[in-house]
Structure formats: C-alpha cells, structure tokens
Design a protein around this ligand. Structure first.
Ligand SMILES: Nc1nc2c(c(=O)[nH]1)N[C@@H](CN(C=O)c1ccc(C(=O)N[C@@H](CCC(=O)O)C(=O)O)cc1)CN2
Length: 294
C-alpha cells in the first residue's frame, strides 16, 4: 500500500501554525493580515473556492473581503477594481479568481496587480523572480505541492520529475521549482504538454510524477513505474447523480490502480486542493509581514 499524502491534514496543521502566529502578532499590537478576493461571474467551482478562501481567513484570524461582479463587467471596470485594491492600505494581498470571462484579457488584469500584493504569484515580476531563484510570491498550488513534498520528507535531489501540463498556474511554475537549486528541487525535470508525443514514454521514467491537466483518469497504471511518487493536481467536477452535490471530483490519475504501484500518492479530494488554500494563506502572511519585498 502506498503512503497517502494527506493534504487535508497537512493544510490544517499549517492553518493551526498560522492561527498561533496571528494570535501572537495581534497580542503584540501588530496588524492582522488582510486578504481580498475578486470574483467575476457565477461559476459554481469558482464561488466554492473563493468562499473557502474567505472561510480559511476566518479560521486563522486573518481579515478578508470579497468583491463579486457580474460577468458583464468590462475589462476597464475590472482594472479599476484592481487599482482600488492596489491602493487600499488595509489590504495586504489580493487575488482575482480564475477563470475570467472570455472578453477580459487575463494577462492584462494579472499584470495590473501590484507585485507586492500579488499573493497568487501570477504577476510576471513574481514569475520572473521565482525563475531567478529570488524571493517571490509562488503560485498557491505549486507552493502547496512543495510544502507537501517537504513535510513528507520526499527526496527530490537528482530524481526525475515529470510534470504533465504546462499551465501558468501549476505546470510551468512547478517545473521551475522542482528544477531549482533548493529543497524540494534539484530534480531533473521533464515538462510534458498537449503536444508531447508518446506521453507514457516520459511518465514511465518518473520518480516523481506531477499531473495538472484537468483530464480525469488520464494517467493509468501502465503509464507509471513501481515506487513512483504521484502528485495529482486535477480536480474536475464530473456529473454523478448518486452524490448529494450532483457531481464527483475526479483527479487526472486513475487512483485505484496507480496507487498499487506508487510509493506515495495524493488523493482527490483531500490532496493538493487543501494545500493550494494553505499556500494562499502562507503568501498572505508573507505579504502582511513584507517578507518578500521588504
Ligand atoms: N486566482 C486563482 N484562481 C484559481 C486558482 C488559484 O490558485 N488562484 N486555482 C484553481 C482553483 N483553486 C483555487 O482557487 C482551488 C482548487 C481546488 C481547491 C480545493 O480545495 N479542492 C478540494 C475540493 C473542493 C471541492 O469540493 O470542490 C480538494 O481537492 O480536496 C481549492 C482551490 C483555479 N483558479
């Protein structure tokens, strides 16, 4: 049986640590961290995630604020809202929940966030600093994955890490971090994507396999080697009438059979998802303490 990488348990440990640090900060007369979130539209999953982020803040004693806009908001109006938060001294960091409606240029909006308040780590300045191994806000999911590897003492130096998916949110940053001169890192990294021919040729070589594509069941047992460490970032909602919510969450990895070959594996739900939320809280703490930009 593989070791289950329990993101839910780790995330609650991290939240407990942050809660204690916030209590200490407060009793020393310090300003409590404040996270804001912008949500555009009515996508069910996005609503769930933003509400969960607000709840996480409450649980650790951070302040939070949520700004919800109709999906008819123009790009100019949204940029104005971003600017308001850039200039609001009460707010230490903020996020714009993705995806955004198609008529809005995502890159333009993310680039409008002040790098010092970009707790999602999506701004090109933070991305560039991360790639240069300088202090930076690291996107929440890669941050969560790194913390998971670290807290479970998974060796990474010299290991072959195969990343499936090259998104700006997960695949691309996680491949940079795994190849960087840190722990977790120092791995030999292969970044695969939708145009990779013969995907299993690469996945079969992985000592550590990180999958972030959003295609349920993409990775099957015949595509991995014995002893692999599997990090499944996928969380796709698949219709399921037997569930109260009307859907089930599915990872990119066919858990039941891949788990038989893996040494360690993340479950879905309860693996990387909760660690993403913990990653955002850790970035918000850093923003409030000016620990990245000093
Ligand atoms: N601005 C951002 N937008 C998006 C990000 C992000 O990091 N910043 N990432 C994803 C969504 N996401 C965070 O926003 C996210 C995804 C999943 C989870 C999570 O806790 N998943 C749970 C299950 C929750 C459920 O029942 O649906 C799990 O896997 O156990 C948290 C956050 C895209 N957008």
């Amino acid at each position: 049986m593989p070791i289950l990488l329990d993101g839910k348990k780790l995330a609650s440990e991290i939240k407990e640590e942050l809660k204690n640090k916030t209590i200490q900060l407060k009793s020393a007369g310090g300003k409590v961290p404040h996270l804001s979130a912008i949500l555009v539209g009515t996508d069910g999953a996005s609503q769930t995630y933003v509400n969960a982020k607000v709840k996480d803040c409450e649980e650790v004693g951070f302040e939070s604020s949520k700004f919800v806009f109709d999906d008819t908001i123009t790009e100019e109006e949204l940029l104005h809202e971003v600017d308001k938060l850039n200039n609001d001294d009460r707010v230490d960091g903020f996020i714009v929940q993705l995806p955004l409606p198609k008529h809005i240029n995502v890159d333009k909006v993310l680039s409008a966030i002040k790098p010092e308040k970009d707790v999602d780590g999506f701004h090109p300045v933070n991305f560039g600093r991360m790639a240069s191994n300088l202090p930076a806000y690291i996107p929440a999911t890669p941050y969560g994955v790194m913390e998971l590897l670290k807290r479970y003492d998974i060796p990474t130096r010299g290991k072959h890490c195969v990343v499936v998916g090259r998104s700006h949110i997960v695949g691309s940053p996680v491949s940079i971090l795994m190849g960087s001169a840190n722990y977790p890192g120092d791995a030999t990294v292969t970044l695969t994507h939708r145009f990779t021919e013969n995907l299993e040729h690469y996945t079969k070589q992985a000592d550590i396999l990180i999958v972030a594509v959003g295609k349920p069941g993409l990775i099957t047992a015949d595509m991995v080697k014995e002893g692999v460490v599997v990090i499944d970032v996928g969380t796709t909602r698949v219709a399921d009438a037997t569930k109260k919510a009307g859907f089930a969450l599915k990872g990119d990895v066919l858990f039941e059979t891949v788990a038989e070959k893996a040494s360690h594996i993340t479950p879905v739900p309860g693996g990387v998802g909760p660690m993403t939320r913990a990653g955002l809280l850790m970035n918000t703490w850093l923003a409030a303490k000016n620990e990245i930009y000093g």
